[in-house]
Ligand binder design. Structure first.
Ligand code: UDX
Length: 428
């Protein structure tokens, strides 16, 4: 099938590449000229494991093309995927300006019937708005389908080919079947529903996962008061099939480009529809305070942080990504800098992006050992698995003091304590 994908961010690039790998003829367009030129040469705009070889492979097989000219490809494609950003507005609601812009161009330039598939996370009712805008300019039949994307950064390629489900929503059954057919090689549950339900599923799923995280973080804080261990508690909870073991890792709170934005947006959507979503307000609040918990623990040891050297391992909002958007690590660093601490940081992938937000207010180190030199204490802020395998004995010699604040419960507490460190985890 001939497919056009609009937008080459995380969702767009992975979708375009995945669809090409499934055997479709895919053109991905973006207004960013430099990005498209790089993509044509196989240079990735962000770090995502396994994506680069797949992009290159599909370019070589002539199934994947990149271009900046959206208009030229509209009538060459039967399916048009919208994968542009929906950034938050000041009040937390999703800004649809990019979606509306591309939809207007689609409406003004198509000459025959199309299936428009929206993958961006959008407020409920956006599918109908898309349809209305196109109808203003194009009199023919137009079918809008909502097919929300659930991929995780760092695991996006595997998530594309092995999703838990594919949700396809539309008011036109034929359009639903045609879109389902695009993914026929992917063996998974295909949930066929209305536009509105599909749009809400995406928000509801993210909100539920964020709720799980905030819940376990509250349990962790309680664990510290009653001398229980949150990891054991989470294991015990997760063994109940109705709860499940995933998304029960306590830490310094969720971040990233999706959860914070989507949870706030869902709260706004509910409010806009006259419903006060009490639970979401609490989830957001708990997440905000969880970042402060680690700072409180530091303050108990060092009431004054001025000129204290602090090693921070991890800047990304989670492991396997170079993304620092709404990263708890960055927020904690900003607060430490304000109090006069001197930060020495290391992240395997996210230092370039961190520099864009923190500038040179911190020292960026070549490796974890350099970051530890003369540090009064060390914070693990991102759950990179390689931090577990560091030579902690060597780190002990390099540090001035022996305090580890493990914001992700990554290390083996007993082993670390045996080495002579003072170990402070989350809920342990
Ligand atoms: C998320 C959703 O998982 C995905 O389905 C959706 O499409 C986009 O948003 P992503 O933002 O890539 O994906 O990150 P995810 O792996 O879900 O983690 C989100 C945040 O929660 C990270 O900051 C992570 O560190 C944190 N987290 C996750 C926890 O603190 N504890 C957990 O148990 C799981």
């Amino acid at each position: 099938m001939k497919i056009l994908v609009i937008g080459t961010g995380y969702v767009g690039l992975v979708t375009a590449t995945g669809l090409a790998e499934l055997g479709h003829q895919v053109t991905a367009v973006d207004i960013d000229f430099k990005k498209i030129n790089k993509l044509k040469k196989g240079i990735m705009p962000f770090f995502e494991p396994a994506l680069k070889p797949l992009v290159i492979r599909n370019i070589q097989k002539q199934r994947l093309f990149f271009n900046i000219n959206l208009k030229n490809f509209l009538d060459k494609s039967q399916f048009i995927f919208i994968c542009v950003g929906t950034p938050p507005k000041r009040d937390g609601s999703a800004d649809l300006k990019y979606i509306k812009q591309v939809v207007r161009v689609i409406g003004q330039n198509i000459k025959e019937s199309k299936i428009i598939i929206n993958k961006s996370t959008v407020p409920i009712g956006t599918g109908l708005i898309i349809k209305k805008i196109i109808k203003k300019y194009f009199p023919g039949e137009i079918n809008v389908v909502s097919c929300p994307e659930f991929l995780r950064e760092g695991r996006a390629v595997s998530d594309f080919f092995h999703p838990d489900r594919i949700v396809i929503g539309s008011d036109n059954q034929k359009a639903i079947e045609l879109v389902a057919n695009l993914f026929k090689k992917i063996k998974t549950e295909k949930l066929k529903t209305t536009l509105e339900s599909a749009e809400l599923i995406k928000y509801a799923a993210n909100a539920f996962l964020a709720t799980k995280i905030s819940f376990i973080n509250e349990i962790a804080n309680l664990c510290e008061k009653v001398k229980a261990d949150v990891q054991i508690v989470a294991t015990g909870m997760g063994l109940d099939k109705r709860i499940g073991p995933s998304f029960l890792k306590a830490g310094i709170g969720y971040g990233g480009s999706c959860f914070p934005k989507d949870i706030r947006a869902l709260k706004q959507i509910a409010g806009g529809n006259g419903y006060h979503f009490r639970l979401l307000k609490a989830v957001i609040e708990v997440n905000y305070f969880q970042r402060l918990v680690i700072l409180k623990k530091i303050k108990l040891i060092y009431p004054r942080l001025k000129n204290k050297i602090v090693c921070v391992l991890g800047l990304a909002f989670k492991d396997l990504t170079d993304d620092v958007r709404e990263s708890a690590a960055i927020e904690i660093i900003k607060k430490l800098i304000k109090q006069g601490a001197k930060i020495q940081a290391f992240d395997p992938q996210a230092m370039i992006n961190a520099k864009k937000v923190l500038n040179y207010r911190i020292k960026y180190c070549q490796n974890a050992y350099e970051a530890c030199k003369n540090a009064q204490f060390l914070i693990i802020a991102t759950e990179w698995p390689q931090f577990k395998k560091l030579n902690w004995q060597k780190i002990k010699h390099l540090m001035k003091n022996d305090i580890i604040l493990d914001g992700r419960n990554l290390l083996d507490k007993q082993k670390i304590e045996k080495l002579g460190f003072k170990y402070i985890g989350v809920g342990r």
